[in-house]
Design a protein around this ligand. Sequence first.
Ligand SMILES: NC(=O)c1ccc[n+]([C@@H]2O[C@H](COP(=O)([O-])OP(=O)(O)OC[C@H]3O[C@@H](n4cnc5c(N)ncnc54)[C@H](OP(=O)(O)O)[C@@H]3O)[C@@H](O)[C@H]2O)c1
Length: 300
Amino acid sequence: MKKIQLAEDLQFSQIIHGHWRLAEWNLSPEELLSLMERCIEAGITTFDHADIYGNYMCEELFGQALKLKPSLRDKIQIVTKCGIKLVSEKRPSHTIKSYDTSKEHIISSAENSLQKMNTDYVDVLLIHRPDPFMDPVETAEAFRTLRKDGKVRHFGVSNFSPAQMEMLQREFDGPLVTNQIELSVLHEQPFFDGTVNHLQKEKVKPMAWSPLAGGRLFKGEDEKSQKVKRALEKIAEETEASSIDVVAYAWLLNHPAQIMPIVGSGKMERIQSAVDAANITLSREQWFYILQESMGKDVD
Ligand SMILES: NC(=O)c1ccc[n+]([C@@H]2O[C@H](COP(=O)([O-])OP(=O)(O)OC[C@H]3O[C@@H](n4cnc5c(N)ncnc54)[C@H](OP(=O)(O)O)[C@@H]3O)[C@@H](O)[C@H]2O)c1
């Protein structure tokens, strides 16, 4: 598995396992541990979380698995996020869905994540969504405090525009190591709206969420999904890829921006498709053919 260098002292596996849907997988701590070990054997060492996943439950499920084998901690990288406040019985003080990037909220959310996940530190903490009420000076202050206390090693953002990322970067003396964005064969806009270009310019590596469009690639009955599915089938045949998801991952992995797809399935054979995709080289024509079918027209 290729490693991606995000900072001098930080490497991710290019394929990341996402735990957003973890609560739906109905795994015991032992079963989750076993799944994580199989991922690690396949080279996937980076795991993606957020405080809110599974209605504030997923970090705890992950922590229960990690507690069974604490020695795993040194072999993996943990990403988590904060900044979204859900209305939930788990958070009675939240009366409205909102964003909070204040120093107080970031620090308390990160500390809570550490406790739930049974770890002393996370490798990367992301601000989950751009906050229209953000004071970047205060957010950067929270980052510095967490870094000084050894609780978070690095910081990044998610779903940020280039301008939003630059605003925060200007106030923070460490690198923002990633922008986790939606990117897939069914969501190609970030290649055109400046998001990917900005990351390439800054040499920041993107994490791609919903790389299979959350399953829409298989179940979607809309015209775009159908067209892209047919295109992927054609390219799968040409490249002898075993299935269309392999080609969808390869489309991201072949791009020069060093994109890191976050796999959302809890089934090892489906996770394996992302690993297999590293062996598929797409020609420029094949890459553009998938893009064309996604855009519904050829490039201008
Ligand atoms: N930063 C953000 O705002 C944000 C937003 C969303 C997600 N994320 C991150 O990105 C990760 C991945 O997102 P995602 O779960 O939407 O990713 P995804 O991989 O695009 O979608 C996963 C879904 O596709 C289904 N699927 C996969 N292979 C399939 C197949 N061959 N046939 C039919 N269905 C298939 C999975 O079902 P099975 O489980 O049954 O295989 C699952 O329901 C999340 O876990 C989270 O870490 C971040």
